[in-house]
Design a protein around this ligand. Structure first.
Ligand SMILES: [Zn+2]
Length: 96
């Protein structure tokens, strides 16, 4: 069983074009685990994690790359990050 971080890494590497063997090596996870995960998540290749809730969603082809699964997450994320004193850089303005 993989933890959240390993699944995230797996999906990132897979999107970057790594094969199951390379991913299994990198994560120190059994190749069967990787393969079955990929099989269970066929849409993974063009999927993205919502920056706020971590939910996976698909990009719409030809559209601007989305970072959030929905508008609610997007505004919640910015609120969370840049609410008074919330900006880690103290510059008062979101960075791209
Ligand atoms: Zn979300």
């Amino acid at each position: 069983m993989m933890d959240k971080f390993e699944r995230w890494e797996l999906e990132r590497m897979y999107r970057d074009g790594y094969g199951p063997t390379a991913i299994a090596d990198e994560l120190g996870v059994s190749i069967n685990t990787i393969k079955s995960y990929i099989r269970r998540h066929p849409s993974m290749k063009n999927a993205t994690h919502c920056l706020y809730c971590g939910k996976t969603f698909s990009q719409t082809k030809g559209c601007k790359v989305k970072k959030f699964c929905c508008d609610r997450c997007r505004s919640a994320y910015w609120n969370y990050k840049y609410r008074k004193g919330g900006n880690p850089d103290g510059k008062g303005r979101p960075q791209a």
